[in-house]
Design a protein. Structure first.
Lengths: 116, 113
């Protein structure tokens, strides 16, 4: 149990276009979902936290108008990178947790975004 | 504020040797501590977690970690390394409501035949 999927797993797009990444909890209801960004050979950086039905909470330095997060249901959150530029190229990973402090975060397989 | 330090960005061991990956944390409240493993181009897989029960936590794939409050450490060990253990390992801490994770910088484990 506790499987999280992401789609797509790899996307290449042109500069200026928008890309939507989906994160789904397949066998549990996720009260909270998290979006991370990971640069090559580096650790994960939290971008935002989202609770179902609420606005996402963004970390300092993350542009909320550029990285749109929607958490429409207890099993689906989406991250839309708007007007993507080459510097947005990265590995984006989502995670989901059921509820409560210290509850385990289950991670998706990640989405590699390459902006040309 | 919480933080995590992983000593050694790269650790190399021989197959069959002891694996020791170090993690020290700082937290203003009793922490929840996690170890995750990441294989290339994949997401993170939970190895084990500490949530204020037993201080010695056993995880998957033969890994275990010991919570030492006096040393603010949560080092990961495995008695005998396998080639398949080669991966990136992340220690993370969570405290309070919202279960936001703070990750360490990661340690790349290499296993030599």
């Amino acid at each position: 149990g506790a499987v999280v999927s992401q789609h797509p797993s790899w996307v290449i797009c042109k500069s200026g276009t928008s890309v939507k990444i989906e994160c789904r909890s397949l066998d549990f209801q996720a009260t909270t979902m998290f979006w991370y960004r990971q640069f090559p050979k580096q650790s994960l950086m939290l971008m935002a936290t989202s609770n179902e039905g609420s606005k996402a909470t963004y970390e300092q330095g993350v542009e909320k108008d550029k990285f749109l997060i929607n958490h429409a249901s207890l099993t689906l959150s989406t991250l839309t990178v708007t007007s993507a530029h080459p510097e947005d190229s990265s590995f984006y990973i989502c995670s989901a947790s059921r509820q409560g402090p210290g509850d385990t975060q289950y991670f998706g397989p990640g989405t590699r975004l390459t902006v040309l | 504020a919480q933080s995590v330090t992983q000593l050694g960005s790269h650790v190399s061991v021989s197959e069959g040797a002891l694996v020791l990956l170090r993690c020290n944390y700082s937290s203003s409240v009793p922490p929840y501590l996690f170890w995750y493993v990441q294989y290339p181009n994949q997401g993170l897989q939970l190895l084990l977690k500490y949530t204020s029960a037993a201080t010695l936590v056993k995880g998957i794939n033969g890994f275990e970690a010991e919570f030492k409050k006096s040393e603010t450490s949560f080092h990961l060990t495995k008695p005998s390394a396998h080639m398949s253990d080669a991966a990136e390992y992340f220690c993370a801490v969570s405290e309070g409501a919202g279960n936001m994770l703070t990750f360490g910088g990661g340690t790349r484990l290499m296993v030599k035949p």
